[in-house]
Structures are given as structure tokens and as C-alpha cells.
Write a protein that binds this ligand. Sequence first.
Ligand code: HEM
Length: 115
Amino acid sequence: MRDPELWDYPDDFRPGRFLSPEEKADGEMNQNETRGQNFQYVPFGSGRRRCPGSNLATILLNTSIAAMVQCFDWKVGDGNEGKVNMQVGAGMSLPMAHPLILLPVDHFNPFASST
Ligand code: HEM
């Protein structure tokens, strides 16, 4: 996943790398291509058994994350000392070595703690 041969700036958090579905000008496949033509990134599989819910999933993910960001502030839970530890654990799916615990704080609750 973080192979510098396959990814530009592999260790940087650059969500913008997934924005454009266009092919790059030099003909290289864009890293956002999810139809299984780009073997460095196949989140929905490929071919006949490819995930039939990929379009729905993409729409739902955007909407869900937008709602979570719009409606809540997020506090990093106890045990993480207020910081997100991005250390990667063992396994193929890049699990977090220290599971992230987030506590939602409702923007609209006048009684919610502001700390
Ligand atoms: C972020 C969300 C999702 C991810 C990452 C994901 C990923 C995958 C992957 C990797 C496969 C296996 C593809 C293969 O074998 O080549 C798969 C299969 C499948 N997915 Fe998804 N999926 C997601 C959401 C959904 C949703 C929302 C639905 C339905 C509403 C769905 C329905 C299915 C079905 C029915 C299969 C089996 C297809 C088959 O075996 O022919 N998935 N998905």
C-alpha cells in the first residue's frame, strides 16, 4: 500500500490524490480509478464478481462522512492521550495498531461540554 514505486508520497495523508477520475496527462492511470484496471487500488474487486454496490457505497460514504462532520465535533477518546496514533498493525488490510476511539460531541446541544 505504501510502495513508493506505485504511489506518490506514499506516507503522506493526501486525500486529494483520489479526487480526479481522469487519466493523468502522461497516460499513467490515475490512482482514483476503482474499476479494477489499476492493480494498486482495487477496493471493490474486479471482473464479473466485482462489487455491485460500489456506486451506492461511494455516494453513501460521502453523505455519511459529511453528516458526521457537519453535526458533531469529535474528541479522541481516553487511552489515546488526545492524539490519533496512525501506527499500522499487522495484516493485509492496514489495521490501526492502536484502535481509534472517537467521541461525538453534538454541536446543537447547548448542554454539551465545550472541552
Ligand atoms: C465501501 C463499501 C464497500 C466495499 C469496500 C466493498 C467491497 C467489495 C469487494 C472487494 C467485493 C468482492 C469483489 C470480488 O470478489 O472481486 C464485494 C462484493 C460484493 N459487494 Fe461490496 N463493497 C462495499 C459496499 C457494498 C454495498 C453498499 C453493497 C450493496 C448494497 C455491496 C454488495 C456486494 C455484493 C452483493 C458483492 C458480491 C458480488 C459477487 O460475488 O458477485 N457492497 N464488495
